[in-house]
Write a protein that binds this ligand. Structure first.
Ligand code: ADP
Length: 358
């Protein structure tokens, strides 16, 4: 048995051969793989090395002998995701253009990826730590409302003639407030959890909305006015929800920090999501803060670069790692007027749309 997982695809990006190692790596049988599109294994666009890519941050490296090396998100049959290095060589057999790809599991390389994972978790928990005070406030509101409504319900029951209509309304409010509190808790739990990469089709608008709920109180407490311009029904991308939430959370908290010393009129952070030509979805977080010094445009993405007394300097470097692994791009620019804008562009995986999450 060849010691390396190998798949061969034809011009239509369909798998025509897979060795036993490849089948084992992805959790399929060889028979299941043959005839399947390569996008089954690499959901963000398959193994098509000719496709123009939005995120070329060292992801696609031409190597001699007409080979191309890519770092891609790969998906196993059980839905679990991992980062894979795919080295593809073209060859011509009986007039057919074939691509032979040797795959290795980057996440299995342990140390580097494990460390990144730990640091990412640390940074995520530290962002949530920053939010702790305002999240407690966010939870206090529904809890107080639940208490009031429960007290009112008890009065309705104790009254001589029970007002069923009002009693029902009080109970319904209790249920609604409970759902609100639960919503916030679930989002916190998802971010604190140390889970494996889980690739799925996602509406980026919904991912941004999840983060909007988490930062809502923090923005209020800091006197920052936020706006979220998110169209309905975006084309779906393929990605890991927690990683992408972490990226957006980081950009928003950085933007809040950037406007903290501004006069109230400039304590504004706008978030936009747009579908762009070329099969991309772009998220922009724009602030009216001090902007970025020209010489630090790229430096800010280096690990441990921080200008904040309590900063870890990990947020942007981890965010870029995540976005790059999604075949996307993360960059910053100064606005024409005040402040900076951070952009995340991710490739669309499919034209199926799912609308708002329930
Ligand atoms: P940290 O927030 O812990 O400093 P990050 O990696 O998230 O780590 O950010 C690195 C640095 O990039 C920040 O310390 C800051 O100097 C700069 N930066 C990030 N976002 C902005 C922004 N919106 N405006 C100005 N500077 C920013």
């Amino acid at each position: 048995m060849l010691p390396v997982p190998i798949v061969t695809v034809d011009q239509r990006d369909q798998i025509i051969f897979a060795n036993e190692r490849a089948a084992q790596l992805f959790g399929y049988t060889r028979e299941e793989l043959v005839g399947a599109p390569s996008a089954r294994l690499f959901p963000s666009g398959g193994l098509n090395t000719d496709r123009p890519e939005p995120g070329d941050h060292g992801m696609k490296i031409k190597v001699p002998g007409d080979s191309t090396t890519q770092i891609l998100m790969a998906r196993r049959s059980d839905g679990g995701g991992f980062r894979a290095q795919a080295e593809t060589t073209r060859c011509r057999v009986h007039d057919q253009e074939l691509r032979v790809t040797a795959i290795s599991d980057c996440s299995a390389r342990g140390e580097v990826d494990g460390t990144t994972k730990e640091l990412a978790h640390l940074s995520r928990v530290s962002s949530l730590g920053e939010l702790a005070g305002s999240l407690a406030h966010e939870l206090k509101q529904p809890l107080t409302a639940i208490l009031f409504n429960a007290q009112a319900a008890r009065k309705f029951i104790d009254a001589e003639t029970t007002n069923v209509v009002e009693l029902r309304a009080a109970l319904e409010d209790i249920v609604a407030d409970n759902c609100r509190a639960n919503d916030v808790l679930q989002r916190i739990r998802a971010l604190v959890r140390k889970g494996d990469v889980e690739l799925q089709l996602l509406d980026l608008g919904n991912v941004v909305r999840d983060v909007e709920i988490l930062v809502h109180s923090d923005a209020l407490t800091r006197g920052v006015s936020t706006s979220f311009d998110i169209p309905e029904n975006l084309a779906l991308i393929c990605g890991d929800r927690v990683q992408l939430q972490q990226v957006i959370l980081n950009l928003l908290l950085n933007a809040f920090d950037a406007v903290k010393d501004c006069p109230a009129a400039d304590r504004v952070v706008e978030t936009m999501v747009r579908e762009e030509p070329g099969g991309l979805i772009r998220i922009t977080v724009k602030d009216r803060g001090q902007g970025l010094a020209v010489d630090s445009m790229e430096r800010i993405f280096r690990p441990f670069f921080t200008t904040k007394p309590q900063g870890l300097g990990l947020g942007l470097s981890i965010s870029r790692t995540f976005v790059t692994a999604h075949r996307g791009q993360l960059w910053a620019e100064n606005n024409e007027g005040k402040g900076a804008s951070f952009h995340v562009a991710l490739p669309v995986a499919t034209d199926i749309r799912q609308g708002r999450a329930p």
